[in-house]
Design a binder for this molecule. Structure first.
Ligand code: OGA
Ligand code: MN
Length: 292
């Protein structure tokens, strides 16, 4: 008998999964309960884990096909990371740690703005799993927003204004809002490079509607003038980023946190760059975006 139990955070999303040791095989029955809890709470936290990359990959792959790690940016030397050779294509290092002047992983110690992972792609990932190996004494918390609630709580005029509309998701900037290598600054948001998605997204499993914003910089709503699009986006973002839709994860070593990238946005607080933070991360391939 499993002693697994689910403890909601008490916030608008997120739950702890207790009584599951991920270093041991997870039965199909327990896994089904994990899936149900994930569907209900959108973000799950498994605390006190001690797992290696192979185990992280194996557990992640039960949620869908593992996604390859993105190409590292020029200031990252992945050869200096501690990822096992057989895992380097599937486990991404997120870290502030430097060795010989080069970062061992991505995303440094700076603030990350609210975003959906890789929504600038036509088929954004389904989920990400982030496992904490080293954490700073404070700062570097990760916030999550419940985008079902954000949609449902929209004032009627905003709901009407976005019905059937699509938005460009900017591929030229990273989750810190900085310009990526090889991209030009866009002066006219109608020319922003990136995938176009419906603003209201139907979740393929829950069949619920979620607001799908991706990230603010470079966004543009089709069929509107630039001024109208900017005003509508500002109103949507002001509504969505209210604390009543958010929950923050304060990391401890051994936390594995996974989020549903189809109905959750996330951000990260900055932290002291001299402090070590080391995360190993997997990502699950997604499915085509359905309009809600
Ligand atoms: C990510 C991300 C946040 C963090 O890995 O996609 O946004 O807390 N990370 O490091
Ligand atoms: Mn992210």
């Amino acid at each position: 008998m499993s002693e697994m139990w689910i403890q909601p955070t008490g916030g608008p999303l997120g739950a702890d999964v207790h009584g599951v040791d991920l270093s041991r095989p997870v039965s199909d029955a327990v896994f089904r309960r994990i899936l149900d809890a994930w569907s209900e709470h959108l973000v799950l936290r498994f605390s006190g884990q001690r797992i290696d990359d192979a185990t992280l990959m194996k557990f992640s792959a039960r949620f869908g096909e593992l996604d390859r790690v993105p190409i590292a940016s020029a200031d990252v030397d992945s050869a200096d990371s501690d990822v096992a050779p057989e895992a380097v294509d599937w486990v991404n290092v997120i870290s502030s740690i430097k060795k010989n002047g080069k970062a061992v992983g991505g995303l440094g110690s700076y603030e990350l703005v609210w975003h959906t992972d890789m929504s600038y792609n036509p088929v954004p990932p389904r989920a990400s799993l982030l496992y904490a190996l080293e954490v700073p004494p404070d700062g570097g918390n990760t916030g999550f927003l419940n985008m079902y609630l954000a949609y449902e709580a929209l004032p009627a005029d905003l709901k009407r204004a976005i019905e059937g509309r699509t938005c460009i998701h900017d591929a030229s900037r990273n989750s810190a809002g900085e310009l990526r290598q090889g991209f030009q600054r866009t002066l006219d948001v109608r020319q922003t490079p990136g995938a176009v998605h419906p603003l209201v997204r139907l979740h393929p499993m829950s069949k619920r509607k979620a607001l799908f914003l991706g990230r603010r910089p470079g966004a543009y709503i089709h069929g509107l003038s630039v001024e109208e699009s900017e005003a509508l986006l500002d109103a949507l973002w002001e509504h969505t980023t209210q604390e009543r839709f958010a929950w923050y994860q304060k990391w401890r070593i051994g936390d594995l946190v996974m989020w549903d990238n189809r109905c959750v946005m996330h951000r990260r607080d900055a932290f002291d760059e001299t402090m070590r933070r080391l995360m190993h991360r997997t990502q699950i391939v997604g499915e085509p975006v359905l309009a809600g």
